[in-house]
Write a protein that binds this ligand. Sequence first.
Ligand SMILES: N[C@@H](CCC(=O)O)C(=O)O
Length: 382
Amino acid sequence: MSLSDAIPALLVLADGTAYRGWSFGATGTTIGEVVFNTGMTGYQEVLTDPSYCGQIVIFTYPELGNTGVNPEDEESLRPQVRGAIARNICHKPSNWRSTQSLPDYLKQNQIPGIYGIDTRALTRKIRMFGAMNGGISTEILDEAELLEQVQAFPNMAGLNLVKEVSTPQVYEWSEPTIPEWEFNPETTANGQETFTVVAIDFGVKRNILRRLASYGCRVIVVPVNTPVAEILSYNPDGIFLSNGPGDPSAVTEGIETVKALLESQKPMFGICMGHQILGHALGAETFKLKFGHRGLNQPAGLQRRIEITSQNHSFAINPDTLPQTLVEISHLNLNDRTVAGVRHKSLPIFSVQYHPEASPGPHDADYLFEQFVQAMRSLRTV
Ligand SMILES: N[C@@H](CCC(=O)O)C(=O)O
């Protein structure tokens, strides 16, 4: 594509800052919360992660699209972001798995993007002033006009976006990580045991379901509004609380369900939104971070054990509100010492703010799936 074919696009932030660049993907206008992701790989997984629903993602890695897209790397049915912002775009991908270029893929899925942006300056701005709403447009090129639309848009705090991404119907997942990609074959392939896990779908990533299946789980994925009695009617060995978009405190139906499920004393494992919902169900509160954590090298741990983790979140549990008689903090984010994991003191219930399934990211925290299965196994044999 030559520069003369490039379609001009405008990016305006809610504080009035404007950046001009060129369009990639779909044309039109899109508005969402502008956040940045510092990962150097995995743009397709980020774009299709339901936790990004409602957000426009700045990719700090300077060129996007080099390896194209492929059907296996989809983390859900479609791209979930509202838009994408890049320094530069690759129109001719080169990778043996690629089936389509990134710009064509986003165009086909009606997701607008803007490139030619100084993403370093933009990211510094968000770091300094916090995540804020923004709009990308190829049809409104007047800054004041686009700003008016951006400022009229609701803020992420208080938004329940789970309804937009949770499965409408119950389904079962039993597909593990394929053997060529399995990085922990000794532990995952140990025997014929099967555990039934009900996963409450706040916007689950497929790789979480794959990792659970790799460790021998038959996963029944249920919509967020599934009644407790129905969840228990599957006679699960354990309950899984998934990741998901938006403000956890607004997902009141999920919080009430988890509160009631705690009484069953079954093993429970939560990831990201699932961790925050578990926190609320235990009586804690969450708050919105200034610009969140999004990237593949966030250190988490306590004392001597440190994991390098994949993260993507805006909200975090307020440690002062955690009921200390019931739970303890198992992990801290070592960049800012926010809560990165909690563990129940007497029940097999735990959760992490980060993404042990990676996809994209390092596998340091995969052991948490094993711990969940171990908790289910030990209850089975007593
Ligand atoms: N939406 C929540 C959780 C994200 C996730 O589950 O990945 C947040 O931004 O904090």
